[in-house]
Design a protein around this ligand. Structure first.
Ligand SMILES: C[S@@+](CC[C@H](N)C(=O)[O-])C[C@H]1O[C@@H](n2cnc3c(N)ncnc32)[C@H](O)[C@@H]1O
Length: 220
């Protein structure tokens, strides 16, 4: 079975809570889907099926982009660690010149394909790890929920700093994950985002949309 057929078989197309402009192929049960994914690949130790859920950080960035079209309209956009593609889809809906979605999970790339199609927009998704670069030529770099692991955060922040240094606007959505370096960001807005209770142990998470701001140089 192709990855695309697998995504469609194991999920249902539904409106995203808090972002009802967007429909995604989503799953109900993360653990069951994780096991099914490992069985389908014949491997254990695969990453969880992040692509089958709208994560709080992504929901908040999508809400922000939909409500602030000027943040993306006419610009080249990178949806970094795109998962379902929710953020990139929102950017495409609000007139981004182009949207590239980067993921390291092939199932996510398949999910982004069917999700973009379901919403009638174009998102160019690829399995790629861009974190050693600076995200060029994207003028806007969007990242939903990427600061939940120490090792990941240690690679994402320098990447985002390089994107900022070459002139990109960098926007991140985060529901209070442990490894977000808050001191480097300025809050744009915060929302109470409905989340999957089985994944987050709560029904609502206050989630902030942050903009990366230049670090202050030490006064010499
Ligand atoms: C919590 S999910 C967030 C997905 C989506 N942005 C959202 O908010 O719904 C984090 C995603 O980061 C992806 N990821 C992890 N490391 C990555 C990397 N180096 N490059 C691209 N994606 C990565 C994972 O595969 C996963 O889909």
């Amino acid at each position: 079975m192709s990855d695309t057929a697998f995504v469609q078989e194991e999920t249902n197309l539904a409106l995203v809570p808090f972002v009802p402009e967007v429909r995604l192929y989503m799953a109900d049960d993360a653990i069951a889907l994780w096991e099914t994914t490992e069985a389908a690949r014949g491997e254990i130790g695969l990453p969880p099926p992040f692509w089958a859920f709208a994560w709080a950080g992504g929901v908040a960035v999508a809400r922000y982009v939909l409500d602030h079209p000027q943040s993306v309209a006419g610009r080249t956009v990178l949806d970094l660690a795109a998962g379902s593609g929710l953020v990139g889809i929102a950017a495409a809906m609000r007139g981004a010149k182009s949207v590239r979605a980067a993921e390291i999970d092939a199932y996510a790339v398949a999910a982004i394909g069917v999700n973009a199609e379901a919403n009638g927009v174009r998102v160019d998704a690829a399995v790629e790890d861009l974190l050693d670069g600076d995200g060029a030529p994207a003028e806007v770099v969007l990242a939903g929920d990427v600061f939940y692991e120490r090792a990941m955060a240690a690679r994402f922040l320098p990447f985002l700093e390089r994107a900022l240094a070459r002139g990109a606007r960098v926007i991140v959505g985060d529901p209070g994950r442990a490894y977000l370096p808050r001191e480097r960001f300025t809050a744009l807005v915060a929302y109470d985002v409905p989340v999957v209770a089985d994944l987050e142990d709560t029904a609502l998470k206050t989630t902030t949309v942050w903009q990366l701001t230049p670090a202050l140089s030490p006064v010499g």
